[in-house]
Design a binder for this molecule. Structure first.
Ligand code: IDP
Ligand code: MG
Length: 140
């Protein structure tokens, strides 16, 4: 496995409720290091590009509207096995299926407003990090 990087997003439902700090605490307690972080507000078009793998899905237009509805915190996380590790602490997409103690089980409002994003593979992580960060914005 080795040291990996993954892209995390704290979504608008979480920034709105002022819970970015508690989410970062969970991330750091799990041994993931936050080596890049910024608070931004995406345009609808930026959300469309980020989620282009879901183009054509019934939830895609509403997802892009939601992800551009308010501030988000984009982050690069680094650790051994970072991609799978972060997916484990996030929990399942639908919070009713998420394990107790996971971020989504604790904080998600709905399947759409599920508080956090994490890359699903090394290829996705590379693409998502490059879309959101310049090299000099990542300091390991
Ligand atoms: P993931 O975030 O767990 O990787 P994906 O299937 O990649 O889940 O979906 C991306 C995001 O789209 C989800 O996190 C969620 O916000 C939203 N989403 C996915 N499926 C649905 C759905 O069936 N209804 C509403 N929103 C959905
Ligand atoms: Mg996904």
């Amino acid at each position: 496995m080795g040291i990996e990087r993954t892209l995390s997003i704290i979504k608008p439902d979480a920034t709105e409720r002022n819970i970015t700090g508690v989410i970062n605490r969970v991330i750091e307690d799990a041994g993931l290091r936050i080596i890049g972080q910024k608070r931004v507000h995406w345009t609808f078009e930026q959300a469309q590009e980020f989620y282009e793998q879901h183009l054509g899905a019934p939830f895609y237009p509403d997802l892009c509207k939601f992800m551009s509805s308010g501030p988000i915190v984009v982050q690069v996380l680094e650790s051994d096995d970072a991609i799978a590790k972060y997916r484990r602490i996030m929990g399942a997409t639908n919070p009713v299926d998420a394990e107790p103690g996971t971020l989504r089980r604790r904080f998600a409002i709905s399947m759409q407003q599920n508080s956090v994003h994490g890359s699903d593979s090394p290829a996705s992580a590379d693409r998502e990090i490059a879309l959101n960060f310049a090299p000099d914005e990542i300091v390991g």
